[in-house]
Design a protein around this ligand. Structure first.
Ligand code: SF4
Length: 342
């Protein structure tokens, strides 16, 4: 079982203490003897220790920053949801391929926002404006929020808030397993929790400080049994010697954990391995001995918004992955839905 995240140091925006969660966190971390400092903005935390990019990254991952989310606009979050719901930014784990390497760049420290009610009220205005359409929010586009739930309780508040919203739905995805705070939340099946899983060679080489996969599967079963819709994100899907056997073994593990019937309304999302020119630079700085395959040769450059793009597998390889997994999932979970492959 992975230990719950305990920061080595924490920074507070002074105004965070105007909120009950800010005061509670300050008192609790102080009681636990964690060094506390103030920062004028959660966007500008300076003076973290570390001589090399690797040391600085490690120190940042052990640093908690407590602030206020001032920008209450919601970014689109396709293909997983309509919008991102940002309750936190960052993650205490350190997966080498993590998408946050690029999005957080030089600010990989872990931020939590104390104005949860304001964030949810803003989400409520978006939902109201789109009624009677259902609006779906993703709580894990900038963070692994379950990794921080023992500190903030924000996810449980969001789950219950969405439970009361007729036209709002919440989704989150995690590589952690401490789901106790969510088990008896009044979710009314409005929150889908997905667990990211991968084949054993990928986990062993590239995932650090995440919950062991058997714990994630056990957590998924507990949430399913508590009535939540659950799902699995298989990501990042990689091609390596023996990938078919490894991904088959992974799906067998999932089937054994879920038992039969696997669960109502089970979903899978399939995301192939990708990297960007910016993430490649950062990964090589922070993990100089990484075994991630960061070669551009033979890959396809997929252009995104504003001309920025990412390197993904060539179309024939991507199709081999997609076809194999869709079939392997259908064979084991005939009622499950594969939401997308990207
Ligand atoms: S658990 Fe997810 S968010 Fe955290 S480092 Fe790994 S990939 Fe990134």
């Amino acid at each position: 079982m992975t230990a719950l995240f305990r920061p080595a140091q924490a920074y507070f925006e002074p105004a965070a203490l105007d909120y009950p969660l800010g005061r509670e966190l300050y008192a609790r971390l102080m009681r636990e003897g964690i060094p506390l400092r103030f920062t004028s903005s959660h966007n500008r935390v300076t003076g973290l220790p570390g001589e090399t990019p690797r040391e600085a990254f490690r120190a940042a991952k052990r640093t908690l920053v407590v602030g206020i989310k001032r920008d209450l606009d919601f970014e689109p979050c396709r293909p997983s949801a309509d919008f991102s719901l940002v309750l936190a930014t960052g993650c205490p784990a350190a997966c080498e391929y993590c998408y946050l390497q690029t999005t957080l760049g030089r600010k990989p420290y872990v931020r939590v926002y104390v104005n949860v009610e304001e964030i949810l009220a803003a989400a409520g205005r978006v939902i109201a404006g789109r009624r009677p359409e259902i609006t779906v929010f993703e709580a894990a586009s900038t963070a692994d929020p379950l990794a921080l739930e023992h500190l903030t309780g924000s996810l449980r508040r969001a789950v219950e808030w969405f439970g009361r919203e007729e036209c709002g739905r919440l989704r989150l995805v995690t590589k952690f397993a401490a789901v106790e705070p969510l088990l008896d939340a009044d979710h009314r099946r409005h929150t889908r929790v997905r667990f990211t899983l991968n084949a054993e060679p990928v986990r062993r080489l590239f995932e650090h400080r995440t919950a062991p996969q058997p714990d994630r599967l056990a957590a998924a079963v507990r949430l399913r049994d508590a009535g939540y819709p659950i799902g699995f994100v298989l990501a990042p899907l990689m091609l390596f010697r023996g990938w078919r056997e490894s991904y088959s073994a992974l799906l067998d593990e999932v089937a054994a954990a879920l038992g039969s019937p696997a669960g109502e309304d089970l979903t899978f999302e399939l995301i192939q391995y990708r990297f960007t020119p910016a993430s490649k630079r950062i990964i090589q700085e922070r993990f100089p001995a990484t075994q991630l395959d960061l070669r551009e040769e033979g890959r396809h450059y997929k252009r995104g918004k504003y001309g920025r793009g990412k390197w993904v597998y060539a179309p024939a390889q991507a199709e081999a992955l997609r076809g194999f997994l869709v079939e392997a999932i259908a064979g084991r979970f005939p009622a499950a839905r594969v939401e997308y492959f990207t």
